[in-house]
Write a protein of this length. Structure first.
Lengths: 576, 376
């Protein structure tokens, strides 16, 4: 596996003498390289952000904080934000965890549906997913409302409320939790639950007292990512909240970055607020994970995951899953597909069906940039997903296993990019690489660096959680048998980490197709990516072409992820 | 483990490297312009030469020089650029590369590149506000031609030239607003009968500023004007983005949009959507608001002649026809002027450039005015 990144070459030559004197072993070289890469990737944008926040032309300033927080309506804004973020986090946690549990640990029917349910909401660009929901559940034009009108009266469901925002954001984010929890449940020895059952506990008690506590690191990480993500999100609040005047914290970031000159001080101050919150979260996650052996469910004893029988609940769960699948996948996808066949959106009727055409797809096929963009997005998605997971597997070892001082700082650093606004990341990278002697600016590599930076936090969480579950004794026995550190890592740890690493890889691959906020500043002619194309169609008002593009993206990525899972199963990554 | 901790190694070397790479703090801007003088001198010579010529002589010399350069780099936020470039490449032996983003990222990219002494762009085609910023920073070179002299007066800006106008109009859904019931004025939308049926857009500060100026000229006080907009806002659903606004208008999520682009409405109507800004009888709602979009030449252009030739192209009939085909309003007056006889006001660009924050805050306050009334 290659771990060379363009940024890396620099550091290793920077201080060769020191490394040789103090850290001569290959192990320390690898660890050092990974540590440096993470530090470099995180600190460049952080330094840029903090500089813009705390310094102006004249010296240190806190004006940004005053402009960001010293606003008469800041408290309601924060209130709305917290309500929205916590609601979305709870919803995605409940939905993602339940689905993951049912999928991995029980004999629930329709398991094939899980796969699509876990991926599709991630693939559909946020703006299309949200607008699909407007077409479904607006009190004025929503199709669902029209369906249930005879029973519940007109406008029974209103998507333009804080509950609607929680619903859409929660569903859109639930795949992250699903992927995290599937990995956690796969690595869990079911004998623990079985013993509890045999000792007379009910299934609910087992779930509450045994299952949940064992996966606590994964749950904490999920909450952490979800809350931060929803606090940052502006797409859903802008499209659903504004209609009824529901403003959130991030609308401030939008306003201060939009005007000229952009108020980077205030934007930075808001990001610093998020940063503090996120760092406390990471520290908490580490404390939870620290309770040591409690979560190490992958031990020297082998186990056969045996699905739990749901008994009389099986049909009930089956119905629940089909319903969930219809709501989160089928309904928005059908709206998307339907819109992609029209010239402009209009509510379905027989007349409309007669006018349907494939023109939008034809237009897409005629776009010269479409193929290049697809290739570039694929290369960047595969590249950044592989690089991030490879680096983070080693970084997770440093954080969880090593006794190196300052290892938790590495964890914190890897989490930093999550709170850095995409535009600021783009500016920081162009600032550095416009002045770098290595010709990276204007190539695809600068986008790769941006993507690796942006997705590092997710990769780290996926890898750390998996590492928490693996018992030391496996490594120790390998080392006792004479294996080197690298052999142990490659032959023992990597295969055991595989479910978590694959989940993280899939996540990064899928969401990288949507990255726009830093790509738009950093791409160059010829290096277009799909998200740029989406942006252009959107700006041109080509909403129906955009829907067609969304459908194509969903199909492409489903195919790709299926292949990844099939290959994964072949080399024994997938234990089910 | 070792007496050196991971933390210090990471922190010290990364910061060291970063500082070495930057050679100074970000945001200090300026600098880096060494060595640009050469490029700047060359571009200036070409600009001066062509600006000094006229008629066929100018055209011939410009084409010769431009084809000698053979390349052109455009940064733009113009959504019709693909069609313009296609015609240009067919007409001349010049290879064009286009960076397209929203107007904010076009501006930020040029600012970043210029401050690093990187000359990636020959000509910038974007909105008035961003072009004015570039001009204020001293990055733009004058463009003179007989074509420019014919551009509508509003479009002959300092060091850049309008190629087209965005026109803000009041549009409605023709299924929800029956013939004869269309709004006649913007003030009418403050009437309670439009409650929940109007839509405002979150970032239309320029439209707002233009209308405020218009009402001031009508003799209203600022307090009265703000009060009026707050009333309209309390009848409104606020959306972000004109594409979303247009799509939701034709879907019937609201009946009237107070600040739509005319081309959004015309294009949707052409596809058959039930939207219009022309009432069944009489004139559209006046005044309409004009905002120029234009093109400027970079002082540091690597291909100055090709850049000038492209500005010519946009203003010539071929270029203007591309805009007309997309229902846009070109900057050259034509026989079939879609704005003929309509009262138009301009966006007060220089006011927005100088007092941007004030207008942003005021509009944000107005838009949020809807909150108390329609919230919950």
């Amino acid at each position: 596996m290659t771990t060379a990144s363009p940024a890396l070459g620099q550091e290793t030559v920077a201080e060769p003498a020191r490394w040789r004197r103090w850290l001569p072993t290959p192990k320390m070289l690898i660890l050092g390289m990974v540590g440096l890469a993470i530090g470099y990737l995180a600190l460049v944008p952080l330094y840029y952000l903090l500089w813009g926040t705390f310094f102006d032309g004249n010296g240190v300033t806190f004006g940004g904080f005053e402009r960001a927080y010293g606003h008469s309506q800041i408290l309601p804004l924060i209130g709305n934000s917290l309500w929205f973020a916590i609601g979305a986090a709870v919803l995605s946690l409940v939905v993602g965890t339940s689905l993951a549990y049912l999928n991995v640990r029980t004999d629930v029917p329709f398991k094939a549906l899980f796969f699509a349910a876990s991926i599709v909401p991630l693939i559909i660009p946020g703006i299309l997913y949200t607008i699909s929901w407007i077409f479904l559940a607006s009190p004025d034009i929503g199709l669902i409302n029209r369906l249930i009108e005879p029973v519940f009266g007109s406008g029974a469901i209103d998507i333009f409320t804080i509950w609607g925002m929680v619903w859409v954001e929660g569903l859109h984010l639930s795949p992250i939790v699903f992927l995290l929890m599937v990995a956690a449940f796969r690595s869990m020895d079911p004998s623990l639950e079985e013993s509890a059952l045999m000792s007379g506990a009910t299934r609910w008690q087992v779930f509450r007292k045994v299952t949940v506590p064992l996966t606590r690191p994964a749950i904490v990480a999920s909450i952490l990512i979800m809350v931060v993500r929803s606090l940052e999100s502006f797409e859903v609040p802008a499209l659903l909240g504004l209609q009824n005047g529901i403003y959130v914290f991030t609308s401030r970031i939008y306003f201060v970055l939009r005007s000229y000159p952009p108020d980077f001080g205030a934007a930075g101050a808001l990001a610093v607020g998020l940063l503090v919150l996120a760092l406390i979260g990471v520290a908490m996650a580490n404390i939870v994970g620290k309770s040591g052996k409690n979560f190490q469910t992958v031990t020297g004893k082998g186990f056969r995951p045996r699905p739990m029988e749901l008994g009389k609940w099986r049909p009930v769960m089956g119905v629940a899953i089909v319903l969930y699948f219809i709501l989160t996948v089928i309904a928005p996808l059908v709206v998307l597909l339907y819109t992609s066949l029209l010239k402009f959106y209009t509510a379905p009727s027989w007349d409309v069906f007669k006018t349907m055409t494939l023109d939008n797809y034809r237009e897409l096929a005629g776009m010269s940039k479409a193929m290049t963009a697809l290739q570039n997005s694929l290369a960047l998605g595969l590249g950044s997903a592989t690089l991030v997971m490879a680096f983070m597997a080693i970084a997770a070892w440093i954080v969880v296993r090593s006794r190196i001082r300052g290892r938790h700082l590495l964890d914190q650093l890897a989490f930093v990019p999550l709170v850095i606004p995409g535009l600021v990341l783009g500016l920081a990278l162009s600032f550095v690489y416009l002045r770098s002697p290595i010709p990276i600016y204007g190539t695809l590599f600068i986008l790769l660096i941006a993507y690796v930076t942006r997705y590092m936090p997710y990769g780290m969480r996926y890898a750390v959680i998996s590492m928490h579950q693996i018992s030391n004794e496996l490594e120790e026995s390998a080392q006792v048998s004479g294996a080197s550190w690298w052999q142990t890592f490659r032959r023992v740890l990597l295969p055991l980490l595989a479910p978590g690493l694959l989940a993280g890889w899939v996540y990064i691959l899928v969401v990288s197709f949507r990255e726009l906020s830093s790509s738009i500043l950093l791409y160059s002619p010829g290096n277009e990516v799909l998200s740029i194309l989406i942006f252009e169609q959107f700006e041109d008002g080509e909403f129906t072409v955009l829907s067609a593009l969304g459908v194509v993206m969903v199909l492409t990525l489903i195919l790709l992820v299926s292949i990844a899972y099939k290959l994964g199963a072949k080399v024994g990554l997938n234990r089910n | 483990m070792r007496n050196r901790t991971v933390a210090t190694v990471i922190a010290s070397s990364a910061i060291g490297l970063l500082l070495a790479a930057c050679g100074g703090p970000p945001g200090s801007g300026g600098g880096g312009a060494d060595g640009s003088s050469e490029a700047e001198k060359h571009a200036q010579q070409v600009y001066d030469k062509i600006n000094g010529l006229s008629g066929q002589e100018r055209t011939d010399e410009l084409v010769r020089l431009a084809e000698e350069e053979g390349e052109l780099s455009i940064y733009t936020s113009n959504s019709d650029m693909d069609d313009l470039v296609k015609g240009f490449e067919d007409a001349y032996d010049i290879k064009v590369s286009v960076y397209r983003g929203n107007s904010e990222s076009v501006l930020q990219r040029v600012l970043q590149e210029q401050s690093a002494g990187f000359h990636g762009v020959d000509t910038v085609e974007t909105n008035a506000l961003e072009l004015n910023v570039l001009n204020k920073e001293g990055f733009l070179a004058p463009y003179e031609s007989e074509l420019r002299d014919q551009v509508r007066e509003e479009g002959q800006a300092e060091n850049w030239t309008a190629s087209r106008f965005n026109v803000f109009v009041i549009g409605w859904n023709t299924k929800l607003v029956k013939p004869g019931e269309e709004p006649k004025t913007l003030e009418e939308l403050a009437d309670p009968k439009w409650k929940g049926k109007v839509s405002l857009e979150l970032s239309d500060v320029d439209w707002f500023a233009a209308m405020v100026k218009y009402y001031e000229d009508q003799g209203m006080s600022e307090a009265e004007i703000v009060e009026l907009f707050k009333k309209i806002s309390s009848n409104s659903k606020v959306v972000k983005g004109h594409t979303v606004q247009g799509e939701l208008l034709s879907a019937g999520q609201f009946s009237v949009a107070a600040s739509l682009y005319s081309h959004t409405v015309d294009k949707a109507a052409e596809a058959g959507a039930p939207v219009s800004w022309h009432p069944s009888s009489g004139k559209p709602v006046e005044p309409i608001v004009l905002r120029p979009n234009g093109i400027g030449l970079m002082k540091t252009a690597q291909n100055p002649a090709a850049a000038m030739l492209f500005v010519d192209w946009e203003l010539r009939e071929e270029g203007q026809q591309v805009f007309a085909d997309k229902f846009r309003i070109g900057s050259m007056p034509s026989d079939s002027d879609p704005l003929e006889g309509l009262e138009a006001v301009e966006v007060p660009e220089s006011e927005l450039l100088d007092n941007g924050k004030k207008w942003d805050d005021l509009y944000a306050e107005v838009v949020k005015g809807g909150e108390e009334v329609s919230g919950g």
